[in-house]
Write a protein that binds this ligand. Structure first.
Ligand code: BES
Ligand code: ZN
Length: 444
């Protein structure tokens, strides 16, 4: 297994430190895009790294046979920052194999998953039976909000025309369990900067007479939720669609229990909106989450300072029919209304993406379910997932076809965290799944 050239290629792919959020990695990003182009050309596809105002989009196409359906396969070659580095048991961009898993940043999200699709197509070509036309679209900005991909889709709509879109960038409901995710949450992000005195002050000389920006930031952060775990922003739930009965049944049948979620997360007690299971809270309910908070003295020992400023970063996960712009406007109003006296706020909106929802019983969805059942030998779980892939609704709008989310990552893949990993078994299953999917989509 160790000498399997497919695994060697995955290790090579993971070795590129393609952190899109950090400017220092620009040349690594370009080199990785070129590596993908070379791979596609060796497979006989027409491939290029198309430049955008950000990082290149890799496009690779088989010859278009007008008698065949066309499947677009989407993925991303960028990864999240590897920090905190000291918590990795091996270097994040020098992947190793341990207990049948490849450990490295991007192994699961998304390099292992997209490479499984690439090898599926390569094998089908070698076996002389590529049943559909394929177009690969692999971007380098997914982890920073896909800011330039929407414009790229519009401009290249004609060459991207397809009958279905296949994506593996989600997680299995349970280890080795076939999973079709029919919904993902959307996202909206912002940062709040809280400014107080003109400079850091002596907390004895001024404390009690001047508002402390860190305290003000903490009050604002605390104002985001009520005692039932609901988001306390006025109007936040106004457009939220309730779960249908069949969805609540599917969630109750989910192979993943609340206890399993607690164990994976390393907590003894779960938390969240009253009235919903953890599976429902994560997949079907919107949230407000603090991703970063800072201000004041962070060094060793104590320092009696009244800091001049503080900040916090928030991301909201959204469900149908919430819209990022509307939620950001409601949040801005909320923070302005709850701003304690003595400080001023600067609110900076970040990236956003709409929530995604697909009826899994559409013909393409049924084809995906058949392929999953064929390869894994059991009926797939239908899940709503909490993560976001911001471009999905753009696909629906521009290419007019729904995206099929066939999970290959395992529940404990540690995406975005130290020791991210991808089981070799999932990689090999993914290759077989791609071939089955293309065969089923050809018939659908
Ligand atoms: N692969 C994930 C999306 C995902 C994760 C879907 C888990 C379902 C379950 C993707 O690479 C990702 O992390 N997206 C970001 C998007 C954001 C930075 C705009 C996310 O969800 O945080
Ligand atoms: Zn990710």
């Amino acid at each position: 297994m160790m000498n399997d050239p497919r695994i060697e290629e995955l290790l090579d792919f993971v070795r590129f430190p393609t952190v899109s959020a950090q400017k220092i990695h620009r040349t690594d990003m370009l080199a990785c895009a070129d590596w993908l182009v070379a791979k596609f050309r060796r497979m006989g596809l027409d491939a290029r790294a198309a430049s955008t105002p950000g990082f290149p989009v890799v496009v690779a196409k088989s010859l278009r046979d007008p008698n065949k359906k066309t499947v677009l396969i989407y993925g991303h070659y960028d990864v999240q920052p590897a920090d905190p580095l000291d918590l990795w048991s091996s270097p994040p961009f020098n992947p190793i194999i341990r207990n049948g898993r490849i450990i490295g940043r991007g192994a699961s999200d998304n390099k292992g998953q997209i490479l499984a699709h690439i090898f599926g197509v390569e094998e089908a070509i070698k076996e002389g039976e590529l049943p559909v036309n394929v177009v690969f679209l692999i971007e380098g900005e997914e982890e920073i909000g896909s800011a330039h991909l929407g414009t790229f889709l519009e401009a290249h709509r004609d060459e991207l025309v397809c009958d279905a879109i296949a994506i593996s960038d989600t997680g299995m409901a349970a280890e080795g369990y076939p999973t079709l995710s029919y919904a993902l949450r959307g996202i909206a992000t912002l940062e709040v900067q809280v400014k107080g005195p003109a400079m850091d002050l002596h907390s004895g000389i001024y404390g009690g007479a001047v508002a402390n920006p860190v305290t003000a930031a903490a009050r604002l952060v605390a104002s985001l939720h009520d005692a039932d775990g609901r988001v306390a922003i006025e109007g936040f739930y106004d457009t939220v669609q309730p779960m249908a009965n069949w969805e609540r049944e599917a969630a109750a049948d989910s192979p993943v229990s609340d206890d399993a979620i607690a164990a994976q997360a390393g907590v003894t007690v779960l938390w969240g909106e009253a009235g919903y299971s953890a599976v429902e809270r994560v997949g079907a309910r919107p949230t407000a989450e603090i991703n970063g908070f800072g201000g004041g003295y962070q060094g060793e020992g104590s320092k009696t300072v009244l800091p001049a400023e503080a900040f916090f970063k928030v991301s909201f996960r959204l469900v149908p029919d919430q819209r990022p712009d509307t939620v950001l406007a409601l949040a801005r109003r909320h923070f302005e209304k709850h701003c304690p006296p003595g400080v001023t706020l600067t609110i900076i909106n970040g990236h956003g993406g709409d929530p995604f929802f697909l009826d899994p019983t559409l013909p393409q969805g049924m084809a995906a379910q058949r392929a999953l059942e064929e390869v894994f030998g059991k009926k797939p779980a239908l899940t709503r997932e909490g993560g976001s892939i911001p471009i999905l609704t753009e696909f629906q709008r521009t290419l007019r076809h729904p995206a099929l989310l066939l999970a290959l990552a395992s529940p404990d893949c540690r995406a975005h965290a130290p020791d991210e990993n991808f089981p070799i078994e999932n990689f090999l299953m993914g290759i077989r799944l791609n071939k089955a999917l293309l065969r089923e989509l050809a018939k659908s």
